[in-house]
Design a protein around this ligand. Sequence first.
Ligand SMILES: [Zn+2]
Length: 83
Amino acid sequence: MRCHECGGVLVESRVQFEIETSNYGRVIVTDVPGKVCQSCGSRLFPYRVAERLEEIRDEIECGKRTPIRVQRPPDHELAFALA
Ligand SMILES: [Zn+2]
């Protein structure tokens, strides 16, 4: 799989992802599994990871969650560009 922006090589890695919440402002989810382009730094996340990030934001906003660590979900072929 190649970067959709520049065609560079994507490498599996764990990244930090910022999400905007209404109650805590910007929070960082650590250890998010994704692919990072070695040329332009563009990031790609599997669709399930993107979905999980949405869920985490909802959980933070309704007070169900304060720790902000995401579990590694099963990998998924569909990718979702968030960079
Ligand atoms: Zn790239």
